[in-house]
Design a protein around this ligand. Structure first.
Ligand code: SF4
Ligand code: SF4
Ligand code: SF4
Length: 372
């Protein structure tokens, strides 16, 4: 099993202004930035699987294990224990969206086996934090919760009970997923230790960078929510406590530079043919923060609370509208903010011309003064 990075899906490849480094923070020992892009050595261990679950755009993946396939095959089986000992390489490959969707889609409670993780490790803290966030979000509209367990005796009993009645073989698909220790060994054997991987941004990758793609984990969550019961009342959760989705507003410092809605990787931010508005679909937002990182006046901002209502009644919101007029000088469309009907570029050119003209007059009078 090896780690893959689709560099075209990384928001750092979309803009040099991106400050995303969730993968690096998740696994600082294995991942690093080179030329502003994340990379890793060929002998990277399975601990790096945490980047698979944390990356907002699903740029990281593992060979021989698909989180999307796992989601469906796990639910089909009777097993309700997710354990690195028998059905997943590492729990950290699952994102918060996966965890919420699994809990919602399962009629029985799901347990997560954390018994083999060092409770002092960064990896354990990350998995624990993801489970906690998933349960926190779930608790705002559902009675379902995930159970994390470190008690090996309970887990052993649970596994034995389930093994006798489950279709484990079918949901695993292949027999290679037999525990993290074996995975780490095969992982390390399968790849050559050595240089860092290099990601060249060739024509194909640049074409893919421009595509808008919604990660599978978001499609899974979206579909699962459609089948979940609608709560009687909708809560609003603090923005800081929800890491995978956001709601936004745009203040009046926005210059309609067009960058945020052109660059948004998922199509959550869009405009119309005249570029006279900014639309936003929260359910398509993966909170990669790229729109914030590229916005020079800091005009696009996070709403203080995330409204759970969005999960059940998603709607596109118009964050800003602009008065588009044709420039009286060059004829191009521009965002009119009052005053002369001249676009910013023509204004700058006019200012430069006036500056050069006044400079020429001062030089002339200086020279005339010297001569007399
Ligand atoms: S988008 Fe994913 S791969 Fe890129 S820096 Fe962020 S977490 Fe890492
Ligand atoms: S919100 Fe910022 S990035 Fe988006 S159009 Fe306005 S100024 Fe540009
Ligand atoms: S709206 Fe902003 S934070 Fe959300 S996906 Fe698009 S660029 Fe990322």
């Amino acid at each position: 099993m090896s780690l893959h990075l689709d560099i075209s899906a990384c928001v750092r490849a979309k803009s040099k202004f991106s400050e995303c480094q969730k993968c690096i923070d998740a696994c600082p020992e294995s991942l690093q930035l080179v030329d502003n892009l994340p990379t890793f050595a060929n002998d990277t261990g399975v601990e790096a699987a945490s980047c698979v679950g944390i990356c907002p755009t699903e740029a990281f993946s593992l060979s021989d294990f698909s989180t999307t396939e796992f989601f469906f095959s796990f639910l089909e089986s009777k097993v309700r224990l997710i354990s690195p000992k028998f059905n997943i390489p590492c729990i950290s490959v699952l994102s918060i969206e996966h965890l919420i969707a699994l809990a919602l889609a399962s009629e029985e409670e799901i347990s997560l086996d954390l018994s083999m993780y060092d409770q002092e490790s960064i990896l354990y803290a990350q998995i624990d934090a993801r489970i906690e966030e998933a349960n926190f979000v779930l608790s705002s509209f559902s009675t379902k919760q995930l159970v994390s367990n470190v008690d090996t005796v309970i887990l052993k009993q649970k596994k034995e009970e389930e093994s006798s009645s489950s279709s484990r073989r079918s949901f695993l698909g292949n027999a290679s997923l037999k525990g993290v220790v074996k995975h780490k060994k095969s992982f390390d054997e399968a790849v050559e230790a050595g240089d860092l991987k290099r990601f060249a941004l060739d024509v194909d990758i640049i074409r893919k960078i421009k595509e808008k793609t919604l990660p599978d984990k978001r499609k899974i969550l979206f579909t699962t929510l459609k089948h979940a019961g609608i709560p009687d009342a909708f809560e609003v959760l603090p923005e800081a406590d929800v890491s995978f989705i956001s709601q936004k507003f745009v203040d009046d410092t926005c210059t309609n530079c067009q960058i945020c809605y052109r660059i948004c990787p998922t199509g959550a931010l869009t405009s119309n043919g005249k570029f006279s508005l900014i639309n936003f679909d929260s359910m398509l937002c993966v909170k990669c923060r790229l729109c914030h990182d590229v916005c020079e006046p800091n005009a696009i901002q996070l709403q203080a609370g995330f409204e759970i209502k969005e999960f059940f009644e998603p709607k596109q919101r118009t964050l800003a509208t602009f008065n588009i007029k044709r420039c009286g000088e060059c004829g191009n469309n521009f965002t009119y903010k009052g005053g002369e009907q001249t676009c910013p570029r023509c204004m700058i050119e006019e200012e430069e011309a006036m500056f050069l003209h006044s400079n020429a007059i001062s030089m002339k009078s200086l020279l005339e003064g010297k001569e007399s």
